[in-house]
Design a protein around this ligand. Structure first.
Ligand code: AMP
Ligand code: ZN
Length: 139
């Protein structure tokens, strides 16, 4: 299903022009309008899902295979030295467009790391508590 108020639905279905590098029945892959690096692309499913947790399982299973295909083509075409695959869910995680998408970001030696965090000290007791909570939620 499409959401008429969603810009990525419009781009994915061709209602708004984009720099498309790949298209099939279920996906469009475009260049990001404000790229983090040269070649930064976005995989957009053509059906609307706000985030990973709303995404159809079949689309979900196909998306990483497509990310691999696009990443390989980038290695050949752009001679990048690495690739970040990034997928944000929710405002707290930095998601700004509420239509599921996967960032494929070619990386070049010497550029600043952009997917990074400050490692913190783990607390064994807290870790055990987290393990138990998540294991319970998985049942
Ligand atoms: P996120 O922060 O994970 O939601 O990423 C949204 C991404 O979409 C950002 O990298 C934006 O630069 C990109 N973006 C937003 N609008 C457009 C657009 N019209 N065409 C291409 N990329 C876009
Ligand atoms: Zn949408």
């Amino acid at each position: 299903m499409r959401d008429d108020n969603c810009i990525f639905c419009k781009i994915a279905n061709g209602d708004i022009p984009s720099d498309t590098i790949y298209e099939d029945e279920e996906f469009r892959v475009i260049l990001d309008l404000s790229p983090a690096s040269k070649g930064h692309a976005l995989i957009l499913p053509k059906t609307h899902a706000a985030n990973l947790f709303e995404l159809d399982d079949e689309i979900c299973a196909k998306v990483l295979i497509l990310a691999k295909k696009i990443g390989k083509a980038m290695q050949t075409a752009l001679c990048c030295d690495g690739i970040n695959i990034v997928q944000n869910n929710g405002e707290a995680a930095g998601q700004t467009v509420m239509h599921f998408h996967v960032h494929i970001i070619p990386r070049y030696n010497g550029e600043k790391q952009i997917v990074a965090w400050e490692p913190k000290q783990s607390i064994p007791e807290e870790q055990r508590e987290i393990v138990e909570k998540i294991k319970t939620a998985l049942i």
